[in-house]
Design a binder for this molecule. Structure first.
Ligand code: URA
Length: 441
């Protein structure tokens, strides 16, 4: 195969056959296709897209590049959730134990931060001792034992995605509906799930900034999931403002603990509960939506969701004491308040500069393998639409030094905009299933 001719065909709007996509993935993993040619192909896909047969061929080739979970002998339905990525999105931390405490097996495989967005694996590693590098056998055994495991993407699951994800991160080729869909679905399908719930983020803090594109991404992924026999539901949720108040690894763990105790910020609780209900319905715990909603509410109110989180942390070598004393999480050396520069109405809190600042302050990676500082980040109490007085503290920066504080304050100055109140995106705008799209906003 002459790979440059395939790049040219895609560049000019042509299509590749499923066999050509398979050869592309195999050639890339065997180092027969160098990064620079693959990057050119990815950029051609960003511009030209993929038709349905190409998308299916690429996803299948990425899925087949690795191994799959073997659940032989496990009776329980298995459901996972995946977010397309956002800022302050700590939903998974609360959701996995919440759903597991309702009797569903949750093998949750998550990623690290990508670009300006945070990753669940990094957040979990803010808990002292917490191991995310479970082998597939360890993850399976833990799910059998306590109903939940939260782990990073193993080398053995969709290795093609691991390499492509890293290459896309540094070549401006992340925001593409088919590339995101193939990336997410190749990993999720390898988990051998009975059901999958997708949280597709829309807004400036998401990879799909426009709600229309987010909806298209949701439909694309639901179609792939269902075609592979995995019942899939997607909710499209707002990322034109941070979710909750905390942004940054340890700060987000602390806020997720509040949510598990039913005391978290309202938007975080609403999204977490809505996704939990979908997971219970897919798992067949009940077919009745009000009953699923009740079960989720009871798990939060009774403390069983929080107890499941404690059990999960202990099972994965983490310090379960953080559940009762979040002060045991890494603490920033420097903290500074951000005060409203003038009296007025908060028109917007743009998540993107805040996510980018967390990376700049050391809370995310510029290069694969960079160590990260889990303590840094923000707590933003100002919400769009709030009226604030001049000098009122509306956010805090957590950093490791004065330079980090300066970076954080500048990002808050850029992110928090004043002016006439604007209408934000509905917190949960659509529900997409095999049966179609329901508007909820
Ligand atoms: N999350 C993924 O797993 N892949 C992408 O391409 C984007 C977000």
């Amino acid at each position: 195969m002459l790979f440059p001719s395939l790049i040219e065909r895609k560049r000019d709007g042509g299509v590749l056959t499923p066999d050509e996509w398979r050869a592309t993935i195999t050639g890339y993993l065997a180092d027969a296709i160098p990064d620079y040619q693959m990057a050119a192909m990815l950029m051609a896909v960003v511009w030209r897209g993929l038709d349905a047969a190409e998308l299916s061929g690429l996803t299948q080739a990425m899925l087949d590049s690795g191994t799959r979970f073997d659940w032989t002998g496990s009776g329980r339905p298995r459901v996972d959730k995946h977010s397309t990525g956002g800022v302050g999105d700590k939903v998974s931390l609360a959701l996995a134990p919440l759903v597991a405490s309702c009797g569903v097996a949750v093998p949750m495989m998550s990623g690290r931060g990508l670009g300006h967005t945070g990753g669940t694996t990094d957040k979990l590693e803010a808990i002292p001792g917490f191991r995310t590098d479970l082998s597939l056998d360890e993850a399976r055994a833990q799910v059998d034992r306590i109903g939940v495991a939260m782990f990073g993407q193993s080398e053995r699951i969709a290795p093609a995605d691991r390499r492509l994800y890293a290459l896309r991160d540094v070549t401006g080729t992340v925001p593409s509906i088919p590339l995101i869909a193939a990336s997410i679905m190749s990993k999720k399908l390898a988990e051998g799930l009975s059901g999958l719930v997708l949280d597709v983020k829309a807004g400036s803090g998401a990879f799909m900034t426009s709600p229309e594109h987010a909806l298209e991404l949701a439909r694309t992924m639901v179609t792939i999931g269902e075609a592979h026999g995995c019942r899939t539901t997607a909710l499209v949720t707002a990322m034109d403002r941070p979710l909750g108040r905390a942004i940054g690894n340890a700060l987000e763990v602390e806020e997720a603990l509040l949510a598990l105790d039913g005391r978290g910020p309202e938007d975080l609780l609403l999204v977490t509960r809505a996704l939990a209900v979908e997971m219970l319905l897919l798992a067949g715990v009940t077919t009745d939506r009000p009953a699923a909603t009740r079960l989720v509410g009871e798990a939060l109110a009774s403390g069983s969701a929080l107890a499941k989180f404690r059990e999960l942390v202990a099972a994965q070598g983490g310090d379960p004491g953080v559940v009762d004393d979040p002060g045991r999480l890494p603490q920033a050396l420097e903290v500074e308040l951000f005060e409203a520069p003038a009296a007025g109405v908060v028109a917007a809190v743009d998540p993107r500069p805040l996510g980018a600042a967390v990376v700049a302050m050391g809370g995310g990676r510029r290069r694969l393998g960079d160590p990260i500082d889990h303590s840094v980040g923000f707590v933003v109490s100002a919400r769009p639409g709030a009226t604030v007085a001049k000098g009122e503290p509306i956010a805090s920066v957590f950093a490791r030094d004065a330079e980090g504080i300066a970076t954080g304050l500048a990002a808050l100055g850029e992110a928090i905009r004043f002016g006439p109140a604007t209408v934000g995106l509905p917190l949960i705008s659509h529900r997409v299933t095999a049966r179609g799209t329901e508007s909820l906003g």
